[in-house]
Design a protein around this ligand. Structure first.
Ligand SMILES: [Zn+2]
Length: 290
C-alpha cells in the first residue's frame, strides 16, 4: 500500500514506523514523499504521529521514544505474523491432522532438552506436532528417583506410563550455560547462592569426574567434557525409575543420549544398552552425525 505524506510528519517517517492492524510496521521511502507499507491496511497514521511530535518537543526525544516502543511492538507484531503464517501454511493445509491432534496425542519419543534458546529439539531434529513429548530444563538434567519429584520426572512418568513412548532422548549441547555454572561453582561452598546453582549441582558427579580426568585442560575444554558426562549421568539416572528400567529391559523403551555441537552442527549420539545376563546397564554404540 502506497502512502503520500507531507508536512512535518514526513521529516520523521522514514526513520520510524506506523501503526497498522494494531502493530507497528516500518515504512520504506519509495519516492520524494511516497512510502510503502508492506501488505497491511493503515488504520492510524499521521494525526497521531504529528501529535506525538508536538507533545515530545524534540526530534531526538521522539525518535528515542519511538525506538523503545517499536522494539516491543515489533516483537509482538512479528509473533502475530508468524502465527498467522503457521495457520495459513501449515495448519489449514493439514487440517485433518491437526484436528486429530486436537483430540489426542500419541508421540513415540520423549525428549529432555536444555532450556537454552539455541537448541530447540523440534527445530534441530525436525519433530512435527504430535511427534515428541518434550520437557526442557537448565542443562537437560535428570535426577535419580531418590531425589524426589521434579517437573522433569513427572513429565517422564506421564510420557512413559500413559503415552507409552518408545524412545527417550536426553539432548545436551555445546556451550551450555548451565554446565558452565556447574563447573564455575566453588566446591568448598556448602550452599549454592542461586536457584540455578542449586539446580545444576545435580550434575556434580559429572563435574567431579571431569575435573579428575581433565584437570590439565582449559576451563572451556573441561566444560565440553562435562556437558557430555552429564548427559551420560542423566541417561543412567533414567533407569533408577522402575517403570523405565522394566521397559528398557523388555525392549519396549530405548534410551538415547545426544550431544548437539552448535559450532560445527554435528550430533554425537549414544544408546543405553543392558546385559541380558545381568542387571548391568551401560552407554554404547557411539555415532556421530555430521
Ligand atoms: Zn544448556
Amino acid at each position: 500500500m502506497a502512502l503520500t505524506l507531507c508536512g512535518r510528519a514526513r521529516r520523521f517517517v522514514s526513520a520510524t514506523s506506523v501503526y497498522s492492524n494494531g502493530c507497528l510496521q516500518r515504512l520504506q521511502q519509495t519516492g520524494s514523499n511516497r512510502f510503502q507499507l508492506g501488505e497491511a491496511k493503515v488504520i492510524r497514521l499521521l494525526p497521531r504521529r504529528t501529535n506525538m511530535v508536538q507533545e515530545l518537543g524534540s526530534r531526538e526525544d521522539f525518535l528515542q521514544e519511538n525506538r523503545d516502543t517499536e522494539t516491543s511492538y515489533d516483537f509482538l507484531g512479528e509473533m502475530r505474523q508468524r502465527f498467522l503464517r503457521f495457520k495459513r501454511q501449515k495448519y489449514l493445509p493439514q487440517i485433518e491432522k491437526f484436528q486429530a491432534l486436537a483430540v489426542a496425542q500419541s508421540p513415540k519419543v520423549m525428549v529432555i532438552g536444555c532450556a537454552d534458546s539455541r537448541v530447540c529439539p523440534s527445530y534441530v531434529l525436525g519433530f512435527q506436532p504430535g511427534e515428541a513429548f518434550t520437557i526442557r530444563n537448565v542443562a537437560n538434567l535428570i535426577t535419580p528417583i531418590q531425589n524426589g519429584p521434579t517437573e522433569t520426572n513427572s513429565a517422564l512418568e506421564f510420557a512413559v506410563t500413559t503415552l507409552q513412548v518408545e524412545n527417550i532422548i536426553v539432548m545436551g549441547h555445546s556451550n551450555c550455560g548451565g554446565i558452565a555454572a556447574l563447573m564455575n561453582h566453588q566446591n568448598h561452598l556448602e550452599q549454592p547462592s542461586s536457584l540455578v546453582e542449586r539446580w545444576v549441582m545435580n550434575g556434580k558427579a559429572a563435574k567431579l569426574r571431569t575435573q579428575e580426568a581433565s584437570s590439565h585442560l582449559s576451563f572451556d575444554e573441561q566444560c565440553r567434557n562435562c556437558e557430555k558426562e552429564s548427559i551420560k549421568d542423566s541417561v543412567m539416572n533414567l533407569i533408577t525409575y522402575p517403570w523405565i528400567r522394566d521397559r528398557v529391559k523388555s525392549g519396549e523403551v530405548k534410551i538415547h543420549g545426544c550431544y548437539y555441537n552448535l559450532s560445527d552442527c554435528s550430533l554425537e549420539k549414544w544408546r543405553l544398552s543392558s546385559d541380558k545376563n545381568s542387571n548391568e546397564f551401560y552407554v554404547s554404540d557411539k555415532e556421530i552425525w555430521n
